[in-house]
Design a binder for this molecule. Structure first.
Ligand code: SF4
Ligand code: F3S
Ligand code: FES
Length: 235
């Protein structure tokens, strides 16, 4: 079958303004949008720029706006989006070239929530590991699944209006560590989240949850953070 692929193009070295280019290419219903982009780059126009790495939904590098919604190009099939396909860069981040956006502000917000395990206490007497019950591990299981693709943050209207808002991806990471019974920096992170551009900027819009390719219940996780801030409890 033939599909029409309309792709956002912008090369700051030659273009005064962005534009769209349209390509007609042969595809199968089961082709991924990433396959179509590779076809254009490999056979039609080698200057097309986009990010990809694993091609299997693991690295998080190919989140794009496809027919107006955020998806991973490597996990989205032609039959999921139809034969007329528009591919654009993520919203809310500066376009560097074509479909590539500047992820620096996204990762700067991520770093603010201290995205690493913090525990200064001595190891248990056997010196081996800090044990955790299955129930305690289950408390934050969902938020360990984040691949930092930015599909959530760049679909959030609160973030579009204010890139200083930590955004749902950073909040998901904060949740992952705050609810880990082995970590000792929950109160420090909750303090960071209580700042002006922390959880208060989330207005429960749910776009983030709809966009997440890992099916993380992001809005629920943010709700748990809000509750922890109010009650001071982590159970
Ligand atoms: Fe991507 Fe989901 Fe992580 Fe957001 S929470 S960065 S959408 S994997
Ligand atoms: Fe934005 Fe998600 Fe909250 S879309 S407003 S972070 S529920
Ligand atoms: Fe790695 Fe799609 S290329 S998630």
């Amino acid at each position: 079958m033939e599909v029409t692929l309309k792709i956002f193009r912008y090369n700051p070295e030659v273009d005064k303004k962005w534009h769209y280019e349209t390509y007609s290419i042969e595809a199968e219903e089961t082709d991924r949008i990433l396959d179509l982009l590779e076809k254009v780059k490999g056979h039609v126009d080698g200057t097309l720029s986009f990010r990809r790495s694993c091609a299997h939904g693991v690295c998080g590098s190919d989140a794009l706006r496809i027919n107006g919604r955020n998806y991973l190009a490597c996990k989205t099939l032609v039959r999921d989006v139809g034969h007329k396909i528009t591919v654009e860069p993520l919203l809310g981040l500066k376009v560097i070239k074509d479909l590539i956006v500047d992820m620096e502000p996204f990762f700067n917000n991520y770093k603010k929530v201290l995205p690493y395990f913090i525990n200064e206490s001595p190891l248990p007497a056997d010196g081996k590991e800090r044990l955790q019950s299955p129930e305690d591990r289950a408390r934050f299981d969902e938020t360990t699944k984040c691949i930092l693709c930015a599909a959530c943050t760049t679909s959030c209207p609160s973030y579009w209006g204010n890139e200083s808002y930590l955004g749902p991806a950073a909040l998901v990471t904060a949740h992952r560590f705050i609810f880990d019974s082995r970590d000792e920096a929950a109160s420090q992170r909750l303090e960071i989240l209580s700042e002006t551009n922390g959880v208060a900027r989330c207005h429960t819009i749910f776009n983030c949850t709809m966009a997440c390719p890992r099916d993380i219940k992001i809005t629920k996780a943010i709700g748990e953070l809000k509750m922890a801030m109010v009650t001071g409890k982590l159970d």
